[in-house]
Design a protein around this ligand. Structure first.
Ligand code: WAQ
Ligand code: MG
Length: 262
């Protein structure tokens, strides 16, 4: 069967002017939509940006474009929730997971020490697991992963089956982590929100799955984190191919109960 045509719909919102003129990042979002659902998709993103805990935006851009590349379908990462008593405990567990994924302690230490520099970005930064150095040259933007989604009916079936939260935040984060970890150059991802009231974060990798950690920052803290630890990107060409995958490769997450048994 031939795929329906999909459109990539993207939003970014900022305060005190657009991002490129120094405005504060408020919210961003990405959806894959059919033509007939475009109105809803734009509306969902509009509402996401308007009612945000980081503040009222005075700049917003919403755009859509047709996707011509074939869409890859991938299974969601396995989810586990780790209940924490404190942020310290949460941070410690995130270290353990990153080490388990094969990242050396000094690289994790450097990433943690430097991450406040990146905590107002609207995208993610790439860190080389060999050198601990940042690899992308996106300045103060970060790399924004796009063109991925999970059709709601399939997501709800999955959430019912595993008794996982059905909110769009968990869905969006799991979609992003699944896309990012599918690429062989990704060793692991470390993430927590820049929304002041949301303190659950995660470490994800193809072998660890999506490990939710219920306390990774203090309430009220607006500093977010999104780091992709990468390996094997030996040339500028490799790096560009990886970034192109993150930004442009269309991916739909699809869970099939029948397939899950094997
Ligand atoms: N691509 C790259 N980086 C992104 C993207 C994207 N599409 N979206 C967000 N970021 C970066 C950006 O720097 C944000 O500041 C930071 O991540 C946090 O984004 O309970 O809500 O959307 O399982 O605030 C994780 C836990 C929640 C969910 C993460 O992130 C759960 C979250 P936010
Ligand atoms: Mg946010």
């Amino acid at each position: 069967m031939q795929d329906k045509k999909f459109y990539s719909v993207r939003m970014r919102a900022a305060q005190k002017g657009p991002h490129e003129r120094g405005g504060k990042h408020i919210s961003g979002g990405e959806i894959l939509s059919t033509y007939s659902d475009l109105k809803d998709a734009v509306n969902v993103l509009l509402e996401k940006g308007l009612g945000h805990s980081r503040g009222k935006p005075d700049f917003m851009q919403i755009q859509f474009e047709a996707i011509h590349e074939p869409i890859t379908r991938i299974k969601p990462l396995q989810v586990k929730t780790n209940e924490m008593n404190s942020v310290e405990e949460g941070k410690e567990l995130s270290w353990k997971f990153l080490e388990k994924a094969g990242i050396q302690r000094q690289v994790i230490e450097k990433a943690y020490a430097e991450m406040t520099k990146y905590s107002a970005f609207r995208g993610a930064i790439l860190v080389d697991v060999q050198s601990g150095e940042r690899m992308d040259q996106s300045n103060d933007k970060g790399i924004r992963v796009s063109r991925m989604d999970w059709l709601n009916t399939n997501f709800k079936k999955w959430a019912d089956h595993y008794n996982e939260p059905k909110n769009s935040r968990v869905k969006e984060a799991l979609v992003l982590a699944t896309k990012v970890c599918e690429h062989p150059a990704t060793v692991a991802e470390l993430c927590w929100s820049d929304d002041p009231e949301y303190i659950t974060g995660y470490v994800a990798s193809s072998s660890l799955g999506y490990q939710r950690i219920t306390k990774l920052k203090e309430y009220g803290d607006e500093r977010g984190c999104r780091i992709f630890f990468v390996d094997g990107l030996k040339s500028a060409k490799d790096l560009n191919t990886y970034i192109r995958y993150l930004e442009k490769q269309p991916v739909i997450i699809q869970w099939e109960k029948e397939l899950d048994k094997f």
